[in-house]
Design a protein around this ligand. Sequence first.
Ligand code: ZN
Ligand code: ZN
Length: 350
Amino acid sequence: MKVGVLYGKEDLRIEERPVPVPGPNQLVVKIDYAGICGTDLEFFKSGMTPAPLPMVLGHENVGTVSAVGEGAMDFKVGDTLLCGPPTACAQLCPSCRRGETNICINGFRATAGIGGPDGGYAEYYLVRDVAHTMLIKVPAGADLKEAALFDVVCVALHGVRKSRFKFGDNVVVSGTGPIGLSAIGILKAAGAGKIIALGTSPDKFPTLKAYGADCCVNPNEVADLGAEIRSLLDAEVGADVVYECAGRAASFKNCVRACVRPGGQVMVIGTIQENLDIVPGGFSIFEPNLDFSFVYTPDEVRIYLDMLKTGKLRFPDMVTDIISLTDCVEKGLNRKDRKGQLKILIDPKL
Ligand SMILES: [Zn+2]
Ligand SMILES: [Zn+2]
């Protein structure tokens, strides 16, 4: 079978490997789709991962069980599964004991495609430990491409659920990638007052509006972002809750300095990998609440699948490209033209 192996900075090779055979408490899943995540992009560009390379990338996997190891009683050949990050770790750390499996202290190194175990940029994927992997059956009738969006949608869902958002609140979502777009769709469904999207790619504005943004602002094109936000909200102050979904230092600054109302909340969903150059005294006098959100729990993935199945939440046009494994560098990780691009899925059957 073909696999996509990251060896180092901008060095991903397509290799042939034997199809894995499941051992006790393991499964083999034939991959239907593997999402290309912003995290994969960071790994590819930097060659830096939480585990030593080489490693098969891919942590956003949906596939069909093709072989079941001894003891993996809850699964059968033909089940369609989302294969996510670890659930409660084998060591049952304090976070996992509290049910906060998203902030498990052992989670990273056990996450396939991130922490060492090989991921889903492959025709077949080995689930190494069914008891401690987030394996969620996809209900019949759900669209597999939309199901494959679970990672981005649930990152946004966790951030919104963890925030202080209440029905009718005005919100700002900074970042127009798949996570920002998901947050807008969720906030619209949850009854947000006004939704303002901030982004530097105007080609994405029509999709953001279709998902529920009342207005879209390019922060680089307004002289006074705070005044612009207040004017769009028709209010003396900024938004009740502001979601940082771009994972950029500049976006974070906009959120805390220009967008949030006094006493409001900034929920940082994006993983910012840059130094921050800010003077807290400039905004701390208004007591904004600053909170962080990281990934999601199995229950949130189940909520997402239920919403998909019942049609209460849809994410049309989020998948902009479906590419083959062979093309995952040129048309995926190292893609030059990203105009209008949202989620890219790899289909290893192509
Ligand atoms: Zn991801
Ligand atoms: Zn744990």
